[in-house]
Write a protein that binds this ligand. Structure first.
Ligand code: ADP
Ligand code: MG
Length: 240
């Protein structure tokens, strides 16, 4: 699904946020990225999600060499394949839950009525069918994050990237959000989650540990993987 080959990222002011990272994330994985603040986790997630380009090295996502694509092509790749969830939800204020999710489908060439129909369906799926008309300020943190997840997955992405998705939530809401992310993984989506929560990270099949812009450890837990399989190849993956 994703390969980073000797990837570095230097920000203006000569901050080296990533320093020669090589990493492969396979289709259908559920992986945690962990490490101290400032270790390059968000920078790496942005590169995995083609929101940014590396300073040096190569990034391949879903069979595409990111460096070889124009900005327009990258936008199209993101819109069709990748969903994002952030710690602070990033919902539009003054817009209903339904329209927040429907707007995530703007680049799909669907009519407004079809976008809203799909949005209603995915809000139902995250347990918010009764909150479609609520605006973000009328929702709890956990509900907002479920709206954000609905928006991220409305277009049926193959890759879901989450940057501290439970970081702003109480533990019960955090567990609900994690249950949703696990369900998406079980249905075939590749899921990568940045987290500070050691317990959460330890419960996932893979932990990529970062420090000072480098991957310093990469643990794949056989016992957790055994719990996840056997799993039939989801039909939705065919042809992706
Ligand atoms: P993490 O997510 O692990 O906390 P980040 O990837 O956000 O780490 O940041 C890695 C390093 O890059 C930090 O030193 C941070 O200050 C720096 N950094 C991140 N984004 C920018 C930016 N847009 N401009 C300059 N420096 C940045
Ligand atoms: Mg970060």
């Amino acid at each position: 699904m994703i390969t980073l080959t000797n990837v570095s990222k230097t920000y203006p002011g000569a901050v080296t946020a990533l320093d020669g990272v090589t990493l492969t994330i396979g289709r259908g994985e559920l992986a945690a990225i962990v490490g101290p603040s400032g270790s390059g986790k968000s920078t790496m997630l942005n590169l995995l999600g083609t929101l940014d380009r590396p300073t040096t090295g190569r990034v391949r996502v879903a069979g595409h060499d990111v460096g070889a694509l124009s900005d327009t092509e990258l936008s199209a790749l993101r819109a069709s394949r990748i969903g994002f969830v952030f710690q602070q939800f990033h919902l539009s204020a003054g817009t209903s839950a339904l329209d927040n999710v429907a707007d995530g489908l703007l680049y799909r060439g669907l009519r407004p009525a079809e976008r809203r129909r799909r949005a209603a369906k995915v809000l139902e799926r995250v347990g918010l069918g009764h909150r479609t008309d609520h605006h973000p300020h009328e929702l709890s943190g956990g509900e907002r994050q479920r709206v954000a997840i609905a928006r991220a997955v409305a277009g049926d992405p193959t890759l879901l990237l989450a940057d501290e998705p439970t970081g702003a939530l109480d533990s019960v809401s955090g567990q609900t959000v994690m249950r949703l992310l696990r369900e998406l993984h079980s249905s075939g989506t590749t899921v990568v989650i940045i987290t500070h929560d050691q317990e959460l990270a330890a419960s996932l099949p893979r932990q990529v540990r970062m420090r000072d812009g480098r991957v310093v450890d990469d643990v794949i837990r056989d016992d957790v993987i055994r719990q996840e399989v056997p799993r039939e190849a989801p039909a939705a993956e065919v042809g992706r």
